[in-house]
Design a protein around this ligand. Sequence first.
Ligand code: MLC
Ligand code: AMP
Length: 507
Amino acid sequence: MNLYALLEKGFPKNREDCALETSEGLFYKWRDIDRAAAMMANLLKSLNLPSGSRVAVQVEKSPEALFLYLATLRAGFVYLPLNTAYQESEIQYFIENAEPAVVVCSPKNFSWVSKIAFKAGTKNVFTLDENRTGSLLERAAHCSDQFNTVTRTNDDLAAILYTSGTTGRSKGAMLTHGNLGSNALVLNQFWCWKKGDVLLHALPIFHVHGLFVAAHGALINGSKMIWLPRLDTTQLIKYLPRSTVMMGVPTFYVRLLMDPNFNKAVCKNMRLFVSGSAPLLTETFNNFQKLSGHTILERYGMSETVMLVSNPYEGARIGGSVGVVLPGVEVRVVNESGQSCGPDEIGGIEVRGPNIFKGYWRMPEKTAEEFTNDGWFKTGDVGRWGGETSAGKVPNHYLCIVGRNKDLIISGGYNVYPKEIESFIDDMDGVEESAVIGIPHKDFGEAVMALVVPKPGIKLNGQAMIDALKSKIANFKVPKRVEILESLPRNAMGKVQKNVLRQLYST
Ligand code: MLC
Ligand code: AMP
C-alpha cells in the first residue's frame, strides 16, 4: 500500500480540524495538507518522470517541505532528503550518485545547486523557501487540488536516506513503503498514541527521527503538530504546556535541563518524552525525571532500519537501556563466531524484520557485506541483553548499547565518520596526516576533534584549519578542536591507536 494512503487513513474525519500550527502563528487544517500534497503531486506528475524517479530536497524546515514529502509519496516517486548543512562538495556527491529527476533547493542556494544538478542530468530544479515562496509553490499553484494517490506495493521504494560510510562516501539506504508503514503502525500501538495528542516537533525533517518517527507518528494518528523550525528551548517551553508528546535527540533534554524556566508546570499536559539517535546519559535521564516528573522513553534505531527497540510506554523505562524489541522486529546479539550471546555478554547487534531496508542504492556489494548469509542486518552497534547500569540490574529482555564497532562519532544526533573528515584534512596544504576522534561534549554528547601532523618544516594553525573546513563541509562535521602533534601513536601493525588518543583527550 502507498505509505501516504496508510497515513491518510489516520487523518481525522473532520478535515477542518487543525493539523499543524507554526511558531509564526500559522494554522493548517487537515484539508490544507491534503490539498497542498495533491497540488504538488500533480506538478510532479505533469513532469512525466520515469517510474522510480528520485526527488532530492535540500530546503529549510517548513510545513510546505513536509507537504512536498507527502506529495512525492502520493505521486509514487522516491523522496531523498538532504541535510541543510551540506555544502557544495557534499551535495555534488549526492546528486551525482542518486541522479534525481527533480531537485528542490532553497532560493539562496539555487545558483550553485542548479549548476550541479543540471550538470548531473537533472532536468527539473525548483526552489522552496521557509516563508512559502519559491518556484515549486508558484508552479503547484496552477495544479488541481485533487489527486488519486498512486498505487504502490510494500516493496516499492519510498525514500533514500544517505548515511555516512565507514570507508568511502555516503551510502543511500533504500526504504520501501512497507518498511516505513509497518514501523509507523507498530510505534502507534507501542507508544499508545491517543486521540487528542499534540506533538511538539522541533527536529529537522531530513532524517529518520524527525520525518519517519515524529511526523509519521502524528500523521498516522491524526494528531496535531506544533511545528518549530529548530531547537530553541524558549520556544519549547512556550509550547510544551499545550503539547502531549515530544521527541528529541539527547541534546534537547540537556538544554531543557539548563533552562531556568523549565519545570513540572510546563510539562503538565505532557504524557510522553522520547529520546533517541544517540546515547542518553543516565545523568540526563535521572535529572529530567527529578525536574519534570517525567521518565524519558529511550528508543533505538537507524536510517537503515527505522525503529528497532524501545523502552515500554507502560512498564519500566530503564536509564542506560534502549528497552525491549518492538513487535514484529527480531534482534540478536552475536559474538565473533556468530553465536547468540547470553545475558550480560557483549556482542554485535543484528536485526531482521519488515522494517529493514532494501539495500544501499547502487551498491549491491556493500549491501551484501552488511547482511549475514541468513538475512540479518549487521547494525555495527555493540550491545548486550541485561547486565548492570548505574541504575542497577537490567532485566535480560532489555537491550543496552555499549558501543559501536564502526568508527562513528554521533554529535548532537548527527553522524560523523572520521574517515571523511580525515580525508578533507589530509588534502589541506602542509598536512602530513590526521586522526579524527570523538571526545565527550556536555551539549552534543560527543564532539569531533582532529589530531593533525604537519609536513616537515611546516607550522600549522588549528583555528585556521577549523575556519577553512567550515567552508568545505557541513558545520556539524567541523572539528570543535584541532591539536597539532609531531606524530600519531601507532601499534605494532602501524595502525593509529585512536583509543590512546581518545583516552588522552577525553577530559
Ligand atoms: C549544530 N552544530 C553542531 C551540531 N548542530 N555541531 C556539532 N553537532 C551538532 N549536532 C554547530 C553549529 O553549526 C554551530 O557552529 C555550533 O555547532 C553551535 O550550534 P547551535 O546553534 O548550538 O546548534 P543548534 O542549531 O542548536 O543545533 C543543535 C541541535 C541540532 C542538536 C539541535 O544539531 C539538531 O537538531 N540535531 C538533531 C539531529 C537529528 O535529528 N538526528 C536524527 C538522525 S536519525 P558554529 O561554528 O556556527 O558556532 C538517527 C536514527 C535514529 O540517528 O535513531 O533516530
Ligand atoms: P543514523 O545512521 O543516523 O540513522 O544513526 C543510527 C545510529 O545512531 C545507530 O546505529 C546507533 O549507533 C545510534 N543510535 C540511535 N539511537 C540510539 C540510542 N538510543 N542509543 C545509542 N545509540 C543510538
